[in-house]
Design a protein around this ligand. Structure first.
Ligand code: GDP
Ligand code: IMO
Ligand code: MG
Length: 428
């Protein structure tokens, strides 16, 4: 009954798409459990490159069943665009299962995301503008629209009316915008529901049955530990739980079914949007990492902020998620550096912190304490065993492992499927 959770250990874009694809060849189901189309997961297969936003990255593997769990917020228009785009490229999506309990991102959530960010001004979060926060806010406020609501016209009309009642007051009186029409919104959602219907299923039951039958389920996280609404750098976070616990609440599978928790980490760190980032580089090294690593967002195209590996973040990710394994990605990007700094702890107002400060003001004031390792010049993209890596590169990986409190089980040496060094099996 292997239930494998795969999550981002940093601030996102660690290479979860590639890692999912890697394991995906050996699993029966891949289920997304959090977030929505704020995610951008890349999978590169030969000359083909895919950018998945709402669909699980595993959909590229034809033998497995892709699932969108109840914890995901689903924008149906985006879902259909993504399905059409993949099917035009020969990827069959007809076996996709979408939870009937997942919440819907309606057009008004996208509007609210944008106006709220504008209203926050210098306090903005730097969201992806996809309506994620407002859709989750409605879920928590108990005025959300769920997938199964789309199949009952009267019921849906009542729910849209209840949801828009307060929002229209806000849009008109606070944001100086036109009110949103209840009837028109209901009609649009009903049409989207018709197309969604064939995919809708009791995904909690399907996944539990699969696990009971000994099938393997991979729970593919979006976003990352430091963007978690509970455990991340609040308020500069997303509105869901991308940490391992979210896999259970976001799919309806109990924690006793989870056998493995894999954290994906880059060999350095990037962040998109606003918020504190202790190892961020503002000099030419940051620009060098951005260019070498092609660090531009898959979803919004924004340049990613870049910095050195932060072991405090990784230790914290090991703790919060109960990591059993780390997939270390983009090690190849560091090739050519004479020396590589690693942040081992923080200095907060003269005091050393080996662990993540819980007070966000302390985290915002944290200065990295670095130790420096020698770099390497050799191209590592053709290395297929750990021993083939240059000695200084091996030492760098071993030091990251030691500092992260978790073993490194696979190492990414390039974007392609076969650019990977397997140290320990990720699936048994
Ligand atoms: P995700 O959101 O965690 O799935 O990550 P993204 O897809 O947003 O960003 C990761 C980027 O790094 C993608 O362009 C991947 O193709 C690429 N990538 C993944 N692993 C490696 C690696 O080991 N080396 C290099 N050079 N690129 C990688
Ligand atoms: P993947 O799955 C990196 C960031 C946004 C913003 C904050 C809140 O590709 O790793 P939101 O739109 O979610 O309300 O924005 O979270 N963010 C991501 N950063 N990778 C992602 O996804 C992200 N999804 C959201 O930039 O700072
Ligand atoms: Mg991404």
């Amino acid at each position: 009954m292997p239930g494998i959770v795969l999550i981002g250990a940093q601030w996102g874009d660690e290479g979860k798409g590639k890692a999912t694809d890697l394991i995906g060849t050996k699993v029966d189901y891949v289920a997304r459990f959090n977030g929505g189309n704020n995610a951008g997961h890349s999978v590169v297969v030969g000359n083909e490159s895919y950018a998945l936003h709402l669909l699980p990255s595993g959909i590229i593997n034809p033998h497995l069943t892709p699932v969108i769990g109840n914890g995901v917020v689903v924008d149906p228009e985006v879902l259909f665009e993504e399905i059409d785009g993949l099917e035009a490229r020969g990827i069959d999506c007809s076996h996709l299962k979408v939870s009937e309990a997942a919440h819907i991102i309606a057009p008004y959530h996208r509007t609210l995301d944008k106006v709220t960010e504008r209203f926050l001004g210098k306090h903005k979060i730097g969201t992806t503008g996809r309506g994620i926060g407002p859709a989750y806010a409605d879920k928590i406020n108990r005025v959300g629209i769920r997938v199964h609501d789309l199949f009952n016209a009267k019921h849906l009309h009542d729910k849209v009316e209840a949801s828009l009642h307060q929002k229209n007051q806000m849009l008109v009186k606070l944001y100086n915008r036109r009110p949103i029409d209840v009837d028109q919104t209901t009609d649009e959602l009903l049409k989207l529901g018709e197309r969604l219907k064939p995919y809708v299923a009791n995904t909690g039951l399907i996944l539990n049955k699969a696990l009971d039958e000994g099938k393997t389920v991979l729970f593919e996280g979006a976003q990352a530990t430091m963007l978690d609404v509970d455990h991340g750098t609040y308020p500069f976070v997303t509105s869901s739980n991308p940490t391992a616990g979210g896999a259970c609440t976001g799919t309806g599978v109990g924690p006793t079914k989870i056998t493995r928790v894999i954290g994906v980490s880059k060999a350095y760190v990037t962040r998109v949007g606003e918020g504190p980032f202790p190892t961020e580089l503002f000099d030419e090294s940051g620009e060098w990492l951005r260019q070498q690593g092609h660090e531009f967002g898959v979803t919004t195209g924004r340049p990613r902020r870049c910095g050195w590996f932060d072991a405090v973040v990784n230790r914290y990710a090991s703790q919060v998620n109960g990591l059993t394994d780390i997939v270390l990605t983009k090690l190849d990007v560091l090739t050519g550096l004479k020396e590589i700094p690693i942040c081992v702890a923080y200095d907060v107002d003269g005091e050393r912190h080996d662990d993540m400060p819980t007070d966000q003001a302390a985290f915002a004031a944290a200065k990295p304490i670095y130790e420096t390792m020698p770099g390497w010049d050799e191209d590592i993209s053709n290395c297929h065993t750990f021993e083939e890596l240059p000695a200084t590169c091996q030492d760098y990986v071993k030091r990251l492992e030691e500092l992260s409190n978790c073993r490194i089980s696979a190492i990414g040496t390039g974007p392609q499927r076969d650019h990977i060094i397997s140290v320990h099996s990720l699936i048994d």
